[in-house]
Ligand binder design. Structure first.
Ligand code: NAD
Ligand code: DAU
Length: 329
């Protein structure tokens, strides 16, 4: 299949491209703005065409979409903490950028898949959200992602564009930028740095190995019904503090490195997705959390050349702003 993959130089997008080339032999054009989170290195050695542009750039999108059979949109600002500190780019990319892509897909009659998140449903104390649950996002990140989902659905209802939405739970695995919980904690543990746990650490996330999400997106693209949304949840849920303890054990580091810091404002307590609908398309998760976490720690241990430049660049300033005054040296 000929695919335009927007945001394909980020964590999930680059894993998706790798899976598609390896398992489907697709022809891929990646369009990516290369924000702090997007890196050409994530696509090293892959046979793809690359367009360096934002999804809000209609001319660049119009050129890149030529000949594509489907658009898969991963492009987004993705870190909840950054959305609380500086929401601007979240509004521009998720609202305006998604609109530009939808217009291009409509003009070219191309199928459109939006990659979305469990966070659009908000927090749930017990049980799981289905695709019929109301959207109740809490942060500027999840609110703008929910807005994008609604805009995508409107293009199905109003213009008949063949749209699909995939809502994933928390992904983890190789190539994830170390502002997110798992890679942050792995790198801090390997360096003997403090591990900043927000609040009591009893928030629960539903962990999904990134290649499992990539295959679910492929399954929805191939077999999903136009106009529909599909939840993709991981096989295991786990409170943050236990995730951190498991990482420390895998890294051979001491639990004394854990430091409880001020909680994230509006912090969602638990996410959980029911995935029966996507399982009905023939997908199921292959990787349990214990195995995927061990594999992820191994990958970070063996790929210092990937993360060393990150830890010394923009990331260092971000890290200082986020944690500097709160954690002991
Ligand atoms: P990421 O931050 O690692 O990558 C985002 C990519 O988008 C980067 O390559 C960045 O350069 C690019 N980008 C950002 N703004 C852009 C713009 N305006 N135009 C073009 N490119 C732009 O994110 P990720 O974790 O890989 O997430 C990918 C998608 O999956 C996002 O839509 C996110 O909301 C969704 N998602 C993420 C998770 C998760 O746990 N990480 C779970 C469910 C859904
Ligand atoms: O649920 C899917 C979402 O998962 C995606 O849509 C987002 O793009 C992605 O960033 C992720 O959001 P979270 O807020 O759940 O992920 P994050 O890795 O930032 O945090 C996971 C949990 O760990 C959350 O409860 C906050 C907590 N945390 C995070 C960091 C960075 C800490 O306790 N300490 C930290 O330093």
């Amino acid at each position: 299949m000929r695919l335009l993959v927007c945001g394909g130089a980020g964590f999930i997008g680059s894993n998706f491209v790798r899976v598609r080339l390896r398992e489907h032999g697709d022809e891929v054009v990646v369009l990516d703005k290369l924000t702090y989170a997007g890196r050409r290195e994530n696509l090293a050695g892959l046979d793809v065409a690359f367009v360096h542009a934002g999804i809000e750039d209609a001319a660049a999108v119009g050129g890149a979409i030529e000949g594509a059979e489907a658009v898969v949109n991963f492009a987004a600002e993705t870190h909840v903490d950054r959305s609380i500190a500086e929401p601007d780019a979240f509004v521009t990319t998720h609202a305006f950028g998604t609109w530009v892509l939808l217009e291009a897909a409509r003009a070219h009659g191309v199928r459109y898949l939006q990659v979305s998140t469990d966070e659009v449903y908000g927090s749930i104390e017990s049980g799981s959200f289905t695709e019929r649950s109301p959207l109740a996002p809490s942060s500027p990140y999840s609110a703008t992602k929910a807005g994008a989902d609604l805009l995508v659905s409107s293009y199905f209802h109003t213009y008949g564009l063949k749209t699909l939405i995939c809502r994933g739970s928390n992904n983890y695995g190789p190539y994830q930028y170390p502002e997110k919980l798992i890679p942050l904690m792995v790198l801090n543990a390997l360096h003997g740095d403090r591990l900043p746990v927000y609040g009591d650490g009893m928030q629960v996330r539903n962990w999904l190995y990134v290649e499992d999400f990539a295959r679910a997106i492929g399954q929805v693209l191939a077999h999903g019904a136009p106009g529909e949304a599909y939840n993709v949840g991981g096989p295991d849920e786990c409170p943050n503090i236990e995730v951190v303890q498991r990482i420390l054990a895998l890294c051979g580091a001491d639990e004394a490195l854990i430091e409880h810091v001020t909680d994230r404002p509006g912090h969602d307590r638990r996410y959980s997705l029911g995935s029966e609908k996507v399982r009905g398309l023939g997908w199921q998760a292959r990787t349990r959390f214990a195995d995927g976490l061990a594999e992820t720690v191994r990958w970070y241990r063996e790929n210092a050349a990937w993360w060393e430049p990150i830890r010394s660049g923009e990331y260092r300033e971000y890290y200082q702003r986020q944690y500097g005054s709160q954690i002991k040296g």
